[in-house]
Every structure is written in structure tokens, then in C-alpha cells.
Design a protein around this ligand. Structure first.
Ligand code: ATP
Ligand code: MG
Length: 594
């Protein structure tokens, strides 16, 4: 396995999250919890039943873009760990930021989680949730903090607040508004809610410790004023909770036990615990509270995994859209032809690590080949066509004769049956299967040499035709009678080379999209480089070739192994039987190190 992590990580990262779950299940940490059948506060769950789920995890995307291969890692971990331990994984839209979120992204995320093979139905109900449905509770929780002197409205300007936060070496300075009474703060906060203050005029901050060595505990902002239309709650709110405040509450209302997130949230964990404990003290939430655990992000070489930067590629028309087959989005990978099996396997084999890891892109290709090798029907295709004319055809068979040929749809799966095609007087071959003067070790077509047309007959090359510029326009050969594959005479003439081909009369013209990596650098942004500078100008080559009739008849998303060429898929958007459009997923073996 070419897993090749690039940082100081073991070659085969273990899955320490699994160990945490097993430890908790053994200790009974989450046994006896109550679950009311839907998210809610302590009172809501207190009226519920013992939770039928032994543990609860969640995948919490913000619906501000399309999912990418990094999210697949998180999806497979969260859904996979829950499934493996009798738990339930929620799909939760973390839609607390009104400005960047759209229904289009919600729909696309649902579609891709299902495509990966996961769902959120369990114990007779759907566990698809929207954080914005918790805005009422979040507001109530904020008032509770204020009433207990644990939050205050700060009217410093953003610059003052930043300056007074201090830094790693300097403790912060108290805001002049920090000493306000709970009653004053409550009145002010309600004015914020009621739209009496301008956007950005003030924020609500948790009152913790301006001298904390963890800057995240220096009175973090928890609510801001923002007049923005929200895709779910419309214009009902003009104040919105900050992510760091909203997320722990979302977890707690959903009775999440294990909240797995990526490493950049490690410094937020103390606030996560602080907030939930304070709300439990007030009776708003019940113990046991969710716990946050961080794992390393998955980075794939030659790929960028950041929604924001992928959006830039789309907006700047570097690619054709979110589902461009060169994109590391799940929509792009699906359109390229990667299967859910291959993506899940990549996620599994890369484990869960406490460091951000770089995984070699080839891991995905290896998983894809392993999956498709056993299931994809075989077919022939000619990607760089050159005519081969069999000059003695009429003499041997009669001008109108067509020889019917057959080949197994899959060499090891007879139940998939046979493919049939015909051999005629003129066939398409690959341009590089002919050489006027053969280099050493070249066993294919050159004047005087014999090769087998695979599943067809042996032909002997006699020469070629050229245009005025000297470019070869056709190869000339004679068919050798009585050498048809599968007949007793087939072995009478020994050849060293076998080539793929398609008859001019029954091949179907196809658009073949040959993709290469989008970036030429393993780490497109390493050393602070602008990713635009690492773009591969030749990441897409579109060629006009030919495919077997069986391929033209394929449904969108059908996958094939083209003999000698690799794995291909009928494009899910553009392919039709009348105008085949075929994407190359990957070659038969690793060929990137060109
Ligand atoms: P991006 O930076 O691309 O916007 P994000 O982390 O902001 O990603 P979210 O929608 O918040 O995107 O992510 C949903 C979940 O997916 C989070 O729990 C996040 O930690 C996880 N996730 C995102 N990228 C990766 C990655 N590269 N590897 C593992 N998990 C990831
Ligand atoms: Mg994000």
C-alpha cells in the first residue's frame, strides 16, 4: 500500500477514536441516558426513554459548499464508528451562519452522504437535524448565562476588543463593560435581539477569564448582531450565535456522546466543556454531557481540501463546476467514476490520527482498481485512432464479408456473458501501435511484422500511407487466413504482439475525457505558495476516439475497464447512446510518476 503519510505519523495510523468508544462502552459512561426521540433540553429528555443508541455521533457540515474528500473521512469515521458499536450518527446541518448557507448545498450534502452509503434512519426515526432549529434554546441559554453573571454585552469596537484580548505573552485587559450588572446586560441583550442596535455595535461575551493562558477563554464572543436572511429561519433573528457557542449546545441537545472534530478545534475544547457545565448547572442540560475529541485532517497529495478554495476554482472557472471530474469534491469524484467503495476504503485504511496527515493520492486509485477489477465489464476502445487497412480482405473473404468475433465481458466472470463485435477490411488501431522503424523491443506493427488483433485474426504489416507533411494516415497489412482466435488454427502462426482495435464499420465515435491531476505540486500550497501557481495546465485532454457498441449503450455512471487503457465511466451528465462521453477514471496501474 502506498499510504505514504508525509508528516511524523506512523505508516498505518491506528484508530484511537475507536479505542475511546470501546473504553466508554466498557465503563458504561453513557449507559442509562434518556432520549426523548428528538433533540431538546434536559426537561425534554427527562421525559424520554432509555436511549436505544449505545452512543451518538454526528457529522455536522456547514451547508456553505460541496463536500470534499476530507469530509468523506469525517463521514466514514462518524457513521462508521456509530454503526460498528450499536450507535447512531446524526446528519446535522451546522447552519448558524446566515450569510453563506444555501439550500443547494443542503441538498448536495444529503445526496453525497447517501451516495457514500450512509443514512440517518435509526430506531424508527430520521436523525437529520438543523442547528438553526435550536436558536430558541441558544437564546434562552444565553439569557441564563447573563442572569448568573456569566455573560455580558460588550460595546467596545472590534479593534478595541482585539487589542484588549492580549496575546500569548500578554494577558488581556478587562472591557469597561465587563462590570455591568446582570439586569443591565439582560436589557441590553434583549435590545440586541429586538433590533435596536446596528450590526456590529455590540456583542454578547461569555465572562470567563481575561488572563487565561488559553486565549479562547478570554471572554469569547457568543452572539453578534447581523441582519441577514437565514435559509431556515428567514428574518426572525437579527442576532446569531457564534460557532464556538452553538456547536457544543447542538451536540448536547442531540445527546451526542462523542463529538469528533478536526484538530484546529483542540483549543476550543475548554470552552466547550465550560459552556456545557454552566448550562447543566442551570438545569438546562443533563449529564453525561458530550465530550469533544480531535483527530487529524486528511489531506490528499495534489489536492486541496478547503471549501473556500474549491469555491474559488469554481468561481474563477478553472474547472467546470463543483462536480468537475478533476475536483476533489465527492460530486466530482463520483462523476469521475470513483466508487463509494473506493472512497470508504481509502478512509478506512488511513485510520484516525492525532496529526494532520498527507496521504498519497494513489491510495484512492489503488482502492478504485481493487474494487473495479472484479466487477467492471471489459471493452475495447481506441483513444488515438489510426486506420489499419487489410488489403487482401476482399481476396480472402469477399469484399462484403464481416467476421463476427466475441470476447468475455469479464475474464473471470462467465456469468456476465460475451460481447460481440465484427472484424472488417478496415479497423482503428492506436497510433502508437505502429512504428515505421521499430525501436528495440517493439513487438507491435511495423513493416514485415505480424501481430494478433485481439479476439480477431493475425495480420502482417506491409507498410503505411502518409500525407504531404509525412504524417502517417493509415497502416497497411494483410490478414493471415485461418488464424481466428478461438479456432484450431489460432496458434499456427506465432506472434509476439497483440493489439486492441475496433472495426471502422462497427466502432462508435466517442468523446473521451482524459483527466490528469489538477495540481502539479504534491502540496499545492506548501511554503505559502498561491495555489494558482501550482495548477496543471494540462489537467484535461479531450480526444475523439472510438468505443465498442457495448460502451455506447451504457447508462450514465456505468464503468468499464478498457483493455490496455484503464478504467473509464460513462459521464453522468453528458453521455448518451447517440453521443458517448466517457471519462477516464484512472489507468491500469500507477503511471503518475511520468
Ligand atoms: P472546509 O475548511 O473545507 O470548509 P470545514 O471543516 O470548515 O471544511 P465543515 O462543513 O465545518 O467544513 O466540516 C464538517 C466536518 O468535516 C467537520 O467536523 C470537519 O472537522 C470535517 N472535515 C472537514 N475537512 C476535513 C478533512 N480534510 N479531514 C477530516 N475531516 C474534515
Ligand atoms: Mg468551515
Amino acid at each position: 500500500m502506498a499510504t505514504a503519510p508525509k508528516e511524523d505519523t506512523p505508516a498505518k495510523p491506528s484508530n484511537f477514536l475507536r479505542a475511546i468508544i470501546e473504553r466508554d462502552l466498557e465503563a458504561g459512561t453513557y449507559a442509562g441516558r434518556l432520549w426523548a426521540g428528538s433533540p431538546g433540553d434536559a426537561a425534554h429528555h427527562a421525559a424520554g426513554q432509555p436511549d436505544p443508541a449505545r452512543l451518538r455521533t454526528r457529522f455536522p457540515p456547514e451547508p456553505n459548499g460541496y463536500l470534499h474528500i476530507g469530509h468523506a473521512k469525517s463521514i466514514c469515521l462518524n457513521f462508521g464508528l456509530a454503526r460498528d458499536h450499536g450507535g447512531v450518527c446524526h446528519l446535522r446541518f451546522d447552519d448558524t451562519n446566515p450569510e453563506k448557507e444555501e439550500q443547494e448545498f443542503v441538498d448536495a450534502i444529503i445526496e453525497m452522504v447517501q451516495w457514500l452509503g450512509f443514512d440517518w434512519q435509526a430506531h424508527g426515526s430520521s436523525h437529520l437535524y438543523y442547528a438553526s432549529n435550536y436558536f430558541d434554546f441558544m437564546y434562552r441559554a444565553a439569557e441564563s448565562l447573563i442572569e448568573r453573571g456569566l455573560a455580558y454585552v460588550d460595546e467596545q469596537s472590534a479593534e478595541q476588543m482585539r487589542a484588549n484580548r492580549g496575546d500569548f505573552n500578554t494577558p488581556g485587559t478587562d472591557s469597561p463593560f465587563r462590570g455591568r450588572t446582570p439586569a443591565e446586560n439582560l436589557a441590553r441583550f434583549r435590545e440586541m435581539r429586538d433590533g435596536l442596535h446596528a450590526d456590529g455595535a455590540m456583542v454578547l461575551r461569555a465572562k470567563i477569564d481575561m488572563a487565561s493562558p488559553n486565549i479562547n477563554l478570554r471572554d469569547p464572543a457568543i452572539y453578534r448582531i447581523k441582519r441577514a436572511h437565514h435559509h431556515n429561519t428567514g428574518d426572525r433573528w437579527c442576532i446569531y450565535p457564534m460557532y464556538t457557542y452553538a456547536h457544543p449546545i447542538e451536540d448536547a441537545l442531540e445527546c451526542i456522546t462523542h463529538s469528533f472534530c478536526t484538530l484546529e478545534f483542540e483549543d476550543q475544547r475548554p470552552f466547550y466543556d465550560w459552556l456545557l457545565e454552566r448550562l447543566a448547572e442551570a438545569g438546562l442540560l443533563a449529564h453525561p454531557l458530550p465530550k469533544q475529541y480531535e483527530f487529524g485532517r486528511l489531506n490528499l497529495t495534489y489536492v486541496m481540501t478547503s471549501k473556500r478554495k474549491l469555491k474559488a476554482l469554481v468561481d474563477e472557472a478553472v474547472v467546470g463546476g463543483w462536480d468537475d471530474p478533476r475536483m476533489p469534491t465527492l460530486a466530482g469524484l463520483r462523476r469521475r467514476g470513483y466508487t463509494p467503495e473506493s472512497v470508504r476504503r481509502m478512509a478506512e485504511e488511513t485510520g484516525a490520527s492525532k496529526h494532520n496527515i498527507w496521504v498519497d493520492y494513489s491510495v484512492l486509485d489503488v482502492a478504485l482498481r481493487d474494487h473495479l477489477e472484479g466487477v467492471a465489464p471489459r471493452a475495447m476502445a481506441v483513444l488515438d485512432p489510426l486506420p489499419l487497412k487489410l488489403s487482401n480482405w476482399a481476396e480472402v473473404f469477399g469484399a462484403g464479408h464481416r467476421e463476427s468475433c466475441q470476447a468475455p465481458a469479464h475474464p473471470h466472470r462467465p456469468e456476465l456473458g460475451l460481447r460481440r463485435f465484427e472484424l472488417g477490411p478496415e479497423v482503428w488501431i492506436e497510433r502508437d501501435d505502429f512504428a515505421e522503424t521499430p525501436p528495440k523491443g517493439f513487438f507491435r506493427l511495423f513493416p514485415g511484422n505480424k501481430v494478433r488483433l485481439k479476439y480477431g485474426m493475425v495480420v502482417e504489416c506491409t507498410g503505411s500511407e502518409k500525407d504531404a507533411e509525412g504524417r502517417i494516415t493509415a497502416v497497411l497489412a494483410r490478414v493471415v487466413p485461418d488464424t481466428k482466435s478461438g479456432t484450431p488454427g489460432a496458434d499456427a502462426v506465432k506472434v509476439k504482439g497483440t493489439i486492441t482495435w475496433l472495426s471502422v464499420h462497427d466502432a462508435v465515435a466517442a468523446e473521451l475525457r482524459l483527466f490528469d491531476r489538477l495540481f502539479v505540486e504534491e502540496q499545492p500550497e506548501a511554503g505559502g505558495r498561491d495555489f494558482h501557481d501550482s495548477l496543471n495546465p494540462a489537467s484535461l485532454r479531450v480526444v475523439s476516439g472510438y468505443v465498442e457498441a457495448s460502451v455506447a449503450a451504457a447508462a450514465p455512471d456505468d464503468k468499464f475497464q478498457f483493455e490496455r487503457h484503464g478504467y473509464f465511466v460513462a459521464d453522468r451528465k453528458d453521455h448518451t447512446a447517440g453521443r458517448p462521453v466517457i471519462n477516464r477514471i484512472t489507468g491500469l496501474k500507477e503511471s503518475w510518476a511520468k
